[in-house]
Design a binder for this molecule. Structure first.
Ligand code: PEP
Length: 260
């Protein structure tokens, strides 16, 4: 059985002391669960100090971004090669990077390859904007994002990646996408991967939902077929909310295991 994967993306929030305090509070509140994998994505600045403080039995770390090249004259950048050994995961292609930093599907593809080359598991964000949804372009947009991102990978490499379906219109909206919308796109993503790499790879890939996830929505969304966890933004900065999300996910996983 796949573990439920819950990733907290802290974005450009929290200085070193604030990040350290949040890690301590989360450590007190989040119990160790063998059926849940909890991942924290602090800012690049705080990754290193947090890595020394975090309880590794409970948390893994993710980078929010990195450069596709391993090294070079690229002032201000940090590469996946430099992050190797420090983080398990790298968030790639978040809609904010696509929107504010003009990241294209080709850029995402290069970053995915760089992460894999450096033994970091990519968490690839895909999802349509409101306008694209209104124009019935969701499937076309998501297909292009997924196919391009995975193009350089072998089947076994693709099986290890994480895809986060984040409808852009649901991010920070206060309400997640409907179960029907999530169900349809998550199933479609598996179909795309099946076409690219076969059914075994499609089944193995972990698919997360992201967009306004809060504790109250956990049970509903995790009961959707094919959803393996969450990418959480705002609620991951609140230790009570994030710990509640993890705890609810654990209760659900434990109940499922009992009925299996
Ligand atoms: C996000 O930005 O990836 C996200 C899911 O944010 P929020 O949970 O705040 O909607």
């Amino acid at each position: 059985m796949k573990k439920t994967l819950i990733v907290g993306n802290w974005k450009m929030h929290l200085n070193t002391q604030q990040a350290s305090l949040l890690v301590r509070r989360l450590g007190e509140r989040v119990p160790q669960h063998r059926d849940i994998e909890t991942v924290l994505a602090p800012s690049m600045l705080t990754l290193q100090p947090i890595s020394l403080e975090v309880d590794r039995r409970k948390f893994r770390l993710a980078a929010q971004n990195a450069n596709a090249q391993d090294l070079g004259a690229l002032t201000g950048e940090v590469s996946f090669a430099m992050l190797s050994g420090l983080v398990h995961y790298g968030i790639i292609g978040h809609s904010e990077r696509r929107k504010y930093f003009a990241e294209t599907n080709k850029d995402v593809r290069a970053k995915v390859a760089a992460a894999v080359r450096n033994e970091i598991t990519p968490i690839i964000c895909v999802g349509e904007t409101r306008v694209e949804r209104t124009n019935h372009e969701t499937k076309q947009v998501v297909r292009e994002q997924v196919v391009t991102a995975l193009r350089d990978l072998t089947g076994p490499e693709a099986a290890e990646v994480v895809i986060a379906y984040e409808p852009v219109w649901a991010i920070g909206a206060g309400r997640p996408a409907s179960a029907a919308a999530i169900t349809e796109v998550v199933a479609y993503i598996r179909l795309i991967i099946e076409g690219q790499f076969g059914k075994n790879v499609a089944d193995a890939v972990r698919i997360l939902y992201g967009g306004s996830v809060e504790p109250d929505f956990v049970a509903n969304i995790l009961s959707i077929d094919g959803v393996d966890g969450f990418l959480v933004g705002g609620a991951s900065l609140n230790y009570q909310q994030f710990a509640d999300i993890v705890t609810k996910a654990h209760q659900l996983a434990a109940a499922k295991e009992q009925h299996a």
